[in-house]
Ligand binder design. Structure first.
Ligand code: BGC
Length: 754
């Protein structure tokens, strides 16, 4: 369903004719003398000055956000706003051409009393027009440089369309593949997610928000949305204080420390209190403990939903709860505009709180330089979208995100000259390769696997194509053609997967296995006895119980974006060596969910408490991923920083005192036949702690290219204060004396903190 919430024609403009006449009445027309108009004045002075001139109505409008343009997001259907005053704080802009934005901005800047520019926001989640892999795939690249470059490209394209603010990065920890929104985040681990959170924020925002190419970031969804019960969207969550601090808050804290301008409150209730009305998280933690000076915007309709959630009996009380809890801007539901002024007049919302929220919004507008440069330069699309260097980043990030899960008898890379049966619903598909939240990406921009492989191979190899079946349904009529193609080929490359609408918002699934029709197609092809490489395109971890045993090779390609074809073809032919590692555990079956690597120890070990019907270990664990080459890890060794007396694995213990730090090293040699990138994952473990800790916890990672025959050393500088300490349920860090392990793969060194 499409909604035109705002249209330029037919606007009822309720504007004071000219900004300057209003200012003149206040005594001066000299820009320099009006502090808020003076670009040389400190931002806080400008904010204070502007605030002192604002009426209650103007303040409330600054805290309200609406939609401009055709909203084509099926989950977000709002009330039509009939009146545009030019004084709204923010508009969600769903266009690619800046003219409409500029026209609205002109109303705000030139035809309102105070001339406050509007802040234009949009969901730029994994690219704007140059669509990159979904974030779950990006995380699997472990390549922070590439992720940063993708954010920079996304920012540039979005800014050129008229967007100042992206509702990204999404840093919800997700451990339930049934939840469709697992696609939008960086996976199951707080450390990896925190790292990607900080990297994305810094890349979006640059050194200075006013710089060309900088866009304001928004960490979402604050907080705990990924804990959705049974993977159902929008439901209540049950999160203890310990888990909140351990699991769900770190990625937000990292983003805040990296300077994130804004956060978006989430839909879920946290142990009874909806996140959009939770004082503890929005005010006590975010604004007080972390001293965040930006603002919190609600998720779509989240204030109004406090009624549906059973907290507030009506929209007025919902407004009071949300606003007093620290929610500064109201996304689209009009609750603040309808109720906030009355609540202030009735003394139910304090003027200090109102001013604080407005100050936060204005501060960002000043920081972005909107008062000085409110308009977007209008340029042709050919100069701003899909530039060759943008596509290069997209191809690199796509290929590094792909994870080789199985490769028996080295069926991949494809042998030169081999006849290839290229089969499956994903082969020629372009639409679904964009993933959910595709920004302004369009199907026509995507290079399909078929076109990519054709271009890569030229006349070198024959490709025999058959679709075989659709993503779902029961139509097996294409099976015959598919098996004929397989019979005629040396190897089958079977491309299976999910439609993009199967993940993302409001896209929960009860099982994470692929529809039976796809598994049946594989079964038929398996009967031909040909080697089969299965490529999987999905927005979630998959249940591969039936697929993996039938396949000789399995590679997860996610939803790779516009450069799907070249990235896949590069990996299939060996032009690229796969280097992705899972950022989320692939369970053995859906019934194992939730399963994630950093679980705590059970009370009984061995077979006790295990499943009777299936293995209790996952199919592929977090961090798993193969390469076409072989990497040998040297013994892990650790020394006190500055000394050269190393302790290695075995029974030795390295004892350190408070204040001492450590250096851990491991050398990785490429002993195979191809150059390749390897990511070393450094874990720690605290085997005995007064608040028990997970069996292992990621604390550092590094990815490096290692040429064949060469070795490279990976280092982790360990500061026990940072790396061995944990946060308690009160949000305070503590460091206990005793033993810790530093772990890489199956090696560990014991450290004793004296
Ligand atoms: C989603 C957010 C998104 C917002 C605006 C909501 O439904 O939950 O992630 O930023 O809509 O489009």
């Amino acid at each position: 369903m499409k909604l035109n919430l705002f249209i330029l024609t037919g606007l009822i403009l309720t504007l004071t004719p000219h900004t300057w006449t209003a200012i003149a009445r206040e005594g001066s027309t000299d820009k320099k003398e009006i502090i808020y108009k003076n670009p040389d004045a400190p931002i806080d002075d400008r904010v204070g000055d502007l605030l002192s001139r604002m009426t209650l109505e103007e303040k409330v409008l600054q805290l309200s956000q609406y939609v401009l343009g055709n909203n084509d997001n099926i989950n977000n259907i709002g009330e039509t706003v009939k009146k545009f005053s030019g004084k709204e704080g923010s508009l969600i802009f769903v266009g690619v051409e800046p003219q409409l934005r500029n026209a609205m901005q002109k109303e705000a800047v030139e035809n309102t009393r105070l001339g406050i520019p509007i802040l234009f926001g949009f969901d730029v989640i994994h690219g704007f027009r140059t669509v990159f892999p979904i974030p779950l795939g990006q995380a699997a690249s472990w390549n922070t440089d590439l992720v940063a470059q993708a954010c920079r490209v996304a920012a540039r394209e979005a800014i050129s369309a008229g967007i100042d603010w992206t509702f990204s990065p999404m840093v919800d920890i997700a451990r339930d593949g049934r939840w469709g929104r697992i696609a939008e985040g960086f996976g199951e681990d707080p450390y990896l997610c925190s790292t990607m959170s900080a990297v994305s924020v810094k890349a979006y925002q640059g050194d200075d928000l006013a710089d060309d190419g900088s866009i304001a970031a928004c960490l979402k969804h604050y907080v705990g949305y990924g804990a959705s019960e049974a993977g159902r969207d929008y439901v209540a969550t049950e999160i203890s204080r310990q888990t909140l601090w351990d699991t769900y808050l770190p990625s937000f804290e990292a983003g805040v420390k990296a300077g994130a301008a804004t956060l978006m409150s989430s839909f879920n209730a946290i142990s009874g209190i909806p996140a959009s009305a939770k004082h503890y998280t929005m005010t006590e933690i975010l604004k007080e403990k972390w001293a965040h000076s930006g603002f919190v915007v609600s998720d779509w309709n989240a204030v109004d939903q406090l009624v549906t959630q059973g907290m507030a009996p009506d929209r007025k009380q919902a407004t009071m709860y949300a606003f007093n809890a620290g929610l500064d801007m109201d996304m689209v539901d009009n609750c603040y505009v309808e109720n906030l002024a009355d609540l202030v007049k009735e003394g139910k919302v304090s003027e200090e709180r109102l001013d604080d929220a407005v100050r936060r919004v204005l501060r960002l507008k000043f920081r972005l330089g909107l008062f000085e440069e409110p308009y977007t330069v209008e340029k042709p699309q050919s100069e701003r979208f899909l530039l060759p260097e943008y596509k290069e980043v997209a191809e690199q990030l796509a290929q590094e995100s792909m994870v080789l899960l199985k490769n028996e008898s080295d069926v991949l890379p494809l042998k030169k000259g081999a006849r290839i049966a290229l089969i499956g619903p994903v082969v020629k598909n372009r639409f679904d390769m964009l993933g959910s939240w595709e920004g302004r990406g369009i199907e026509e921009d995507v290079i399909s696997i078929y076109d990519g492989l054709k271009a890569e191979l030229g006349d070198e190899s024959e490709i025999i194509y058959a679709m075989g079946c659709d993503f779902d349904g029961e139509d097996t009529s294409g099976f015959h053609e598919a098996t004929a193609a397989a019979e005629a080929a040396d190897i089958v490359v079977l491309c299976l997967g999910e439609k993009r609408a199967w993940s993302g918002e409001n896209a929960s699934r009860s099982t994470i296995a692929l529809p039976q029709i796809q598994e049946k197609l594989l079964e038929e092809l398996d009967k031909t006895g040909k080697p089969i490489a299965v490529l999987l395109s999905s927005g979630r971890p998959l249940d591969l119980t039936r697929i993996a045993p039938m396949a000789d090779a399995v590679m997860e390609i996610w939803q790779p974006g516009v450069m799907t074809g070249p990235a896949v073809a590069g990996i299939l032919t060996g032009r690229y060596n796969p280097s992705g590692k899972l950022a989320v555990t692939f369970p053995y079956t859906t019934g194992q969910i939730p399963i994630y690597y950093n679980q705590r120890n059970a009370a009984r070990t061995e077979r006790a408490g295990r499943y009777q019907d299936i293995q209790s270990t996952p199919m592929y664990e977090f961090g798993y991923g193969l390469s076409y080459t072989d990497f040998d890890y040297s013994p892990l060794k650790v020394c006190i920083y500055g000394s050269d007396r190393y302790t290695d694995t075995g029974d030795n213990v390295l004892t350190i005192k408070e204040g001492q730090t450590l250096t851990a090293e491991i050398t990785v040699s490429n002993t195979g036949g191809m150059d390749g990138k390897e990511t070393v994952l450094w874990y720690i473990c605290d085997p005995y702690c007064s608040i028990t800790r997970p069996v292992k916890e990621l604390r550092h990672f590094e990815k490096k290219m290692i040429r064949k025959g060469e070795s490279r050393t990976f280092t982790f500088h360990i500061d026990p204060e940072r790396d061995f300490s944990f946060i308690g349920p009160d949000g305070n860090r503590f460091l206990e004396k005793g033993d810790y392990y530093i772990m890489v793969q199956d090696q560990k060194v014991r450290i004793r903190l004296d």
